[in-house]
Design a protein around this ligand. Sequence first.
Ligand code: HEC
Ligand code: HEC
Ligand code: HEC
Ligand code: HEC
Ligand code: HEC
Ligand code: HEC
Ligand code: HEC
Ligand code: HEC
Ligand code: HEC
Ligand code: HEC
Ligand code: HEC
Length: 406
Amino acid sequence: MRARRAWLAAIAAAALAAWAAPAAAGPADEDCLACHSGGALDDAKLDVDAKILGASAHAGMSCTDCHADLAGADLPHGTTGPAACGSCHEEEARAVERSAHRQDDPDSPRCWSCHGGHDVRRVSAEDSRTAPLLQDRTCLGCHANPEIAGRHALPVRESAEDFEQSVHYRALLGGNPAAPSCTTCHGAHDNVSHKDPDSPIARPNVASTCGMCHAEIAQEFAESVHGKVLAEGNPDVPTCTGCHAEHAIRGPKDPRSPVHPSHIATTCSHCHENERLAREYGIASARLRTFVGSYHGAASRFGDSTVANCASCHGSHGIRPSSDPRSSIHPSNLARTCGTCHPQAGLNFATGKIHVRDLPEDNYWAWLVRRTYVSLIWAVIGGFVALIAVDLWWRFRTRRSRRGEA
Ligand code: HEC
Ligand code: HEC
Ligand code: HEC
Ligand code: HEC
Ligand code: HEC
Ligand code: HEC
Ligand code: HEC
Ligand code: HEC
Ligand code: HEC
Ligand code: HEC
Ligand code: HEC
């Protein structure tokens, strides 16, 4: 009853205000607030706090600047459409319209999903939803939401908590403004899928996106065997994210990082233990098995992180085949490569094969000895089995012939 009376009073006040104001100006803020504040309407959600608007980047704007369809409308009004942010911010609106955040999709973010409605902050403000440290919550609110992610087959589903463990987020948190947030790599209004060839995260562009900040590494990588082949459009070599992951990037000292010394062998071996890739590219196979079987591999399995891992001998970004004279494993460079840890290493020390498979071309004598050894074992076991068989047969026969005699 009280609400109804307040409502009627509000209508009266609004009508009065509308009558008092010049006809062309349309409703003033006070007209709107007559209903939309102080609990005048039954629904508390329809209450608007003008102070919030006053403290926003849009202080001084009137209600109908955004609720543009109510400009010049008769009050009380009918249903209203969405806020017209794009009427002033045309460029942003066009970019969003062209992005993966298609505005005909109800799950896509609207301007206010990322900026707020009445409480829009300047993007430089620390408490803005778009501030580098808060973006992950804003974006992952949808991208880590299983329902939305499921409906759109969205590939990124890690939670904000996971992202906050990454080296980049931790650097931001530590006050390093040079570290990337979501929009550094994806853009703010022009977010597109990696399938779009112009996307900063399309496979051929990832290295230059990371290279905005890690320029030397990106250059080194571009000249490596992986980088060169990647530039030709090869789908099987890694780009930065193939070894570091897309988002949960951690430095090499973090024990959970795929490039921590204890995990490098596994990271490289996703591909270098793969027989199909070895056949297809004519590259040596069984790198992990032969590494694990080596003295370095054996020691690292027992937790020694000072021994050589794949990257100690091959490098991490400038990896080249052994035939390339600039390769760390070119025969003329091996003494230096091994010498970083074996200072007394001479050329002789370094000539032994590192990846020794059980093949004649890898180490003929080792192969021959192993083959002979295995043949001998089979000959001995076979001999024993034959001897026992003959013995049994002999006993069986003599017993039968004795029974026959009896
Ligand atoms: C006479 C009272 C009254 C006045 C004056 C009034 N409104 Fe409303 N407004 C309402 C009511 C009631 C609703 C709920 C309508 C509904 O749910 O269909 C509403 C709904 C809205 C909505 C939609 C909210 C939503 O969640 O869908 C917006 C936006 C809005 N009003 C803005 C304005 C603006 C801007 C003005 C001034 C130009 C204004 N209103 C003036 C009563 C009023
Ligand atoms: C900068 C643009 C802008 C201005 C100015 C603005 N609004 Fe809004 N308003 C919005 C947006 C955007 C939403 C939707 C927010 C959402 O859905 O989260 C909204 C929502 C509303 C709603 C629905 C309830 C709510 O709070 O979500 C009402 C009612 C409303 N506005 C009334 C007003 C009134 C009255 C004024 C003037 C005092 C006003 N608005 C000024 C952008 C604006
Ligand atoms: C309101 C929910 C919502 C918010 C907030 C949101 N997104 Fe999205 N995003 C989506 C939806 C839904 C799609 C999928 C559209 C489609 O089906 O192609 C999408 C698609 C994308 C894509 C393309 C992925 C693909 O495979 O098509 C990128 C990149 C992206 N968003 C990045 C971001 C970033 C960065 C932010 C924060 C600045 C963000 N999103 C905020 C809902 C959201
Ligand atoms: C997916 C989230 C998202 C959506 C949707 C979004 N913005 Fe933004 N917007 C941002 C972020 C984040 C920034 C901060 C700039 C940056 O990080 O590059 C920004 C910056 C801005 C700026 C400051 C100028 C600039 O370009 O840096 C304006 C103005 C703006 N947005 C308006 C809009 C409008 C209008 C819409 C709707 C058409 C919109 N935004 C939709 C995330 C979004
Ligand atoms: C009537 C024109 C108008 C409308 C409508 C409007 N804005 Fe603005 N917006 C402005 C102006 C003017 C500024 C302040 C620009 C300045 O001072 O540099 C601003 C500032 C901003 C900023 C901060 C930009 C910065 O550089 O930090 C964001 C974000 C923003 N608006 C988003 C929105 C969103 C979201 C909507 C819709 C809910 C919206 N605007 C509706 C005119 C408008
Ligand atoms: C350092 C750069 C970087 C940062 C920071 C970053 N991303 Fe990504 N993001 C990438 C790369 C690279 C991919 C991989 C694309 C691929 O190969 O599928 C990706 C993939 C995505 C995808 C899937 C897009 C697609 O088309 O498959 C979404 C959505 C996404 N990121 C959202 C986010 C959000 C949200 C944040 C912030 C919490 C964020 N990203 C931070 C680089 C980044
Ligand atoms: C083949 C796997 C691989 C690829 C591809 C790769 N990295 Fe690395 N990255 C590593 C390994 C292994 C380490 C650890 C090296 C160490 O501990 O010395 C590392 C270390 C790093 C480091 C920290 C240490 C340093 O050297 O400063 C950064 C930064 C880095 N990588 C960035 C990149 C970028 C950017 C790209 C793409 C241009 C990239 N990586 C491509 C394997 C890779
Ligand atoms: C906007 C700049 C920027 C971009 C883009 C960027 N990074 Fe970084 N990266 C940094 C900063 C800053 C640090 C932190 C350095 C520190 O705190 O020691 C860092 C740290 C790292 C580290 C850990 C280095 C260490 O020694 O612990 C790795 C690995 C890394 N980034 C890989 C990448 C990869 C892969 C990409 C692309 C997907 C990328 N970064 C994109 C700025 C960037
Ligand atoms: C995503 C799969 C992938 C990952 C991860 C990967 N590589 Fe490769 N690598 C390849 C492919 C494919 C080639 C063959 C490229 C060509 O020659 O066309 C190759 C080539 C090489 C070569 C040259 C081989 C030759 O005979 O020409 C070396 C050495 C090498 N990789 C070492 C490494 C090391 C060390 C790591 C880990 C730090 C690593 N790779 C990680 C796929 C991978
Ligand atoms: C102690 C140093 C050392 C370690 C550790 C090591 N390699 Fe090698 N790797 C070599 C040398 C030397 C060669 C060339 C001669 C040979 O085949 O033994 C080679 C050859 C290769 C080749 C063939 C390249 C070519 O051009 O012939 C690939 C691929 C390869 N290694 C990958 C790996 C991977 C993956 C790991 C880790 C699981 C690893 N290596 C660990 C030293 C090492
Ligand atoms: C990152 C440092 C590092 C690099 C690079 C390295 N090694 Fe080693 N290597 C070690 C360590 C540490 C041990 C001792 C392992 C153990 O037994 O605990 C070792 C052990 C060995 C042994 C066993 C006998 C001995 O001296 O203890 C041989 C042989 C050997 N390395 C050869 C090589 C060759 C050949 C290369 C170059 C292709 C090489 N290493 C590169 C660290 C390295």
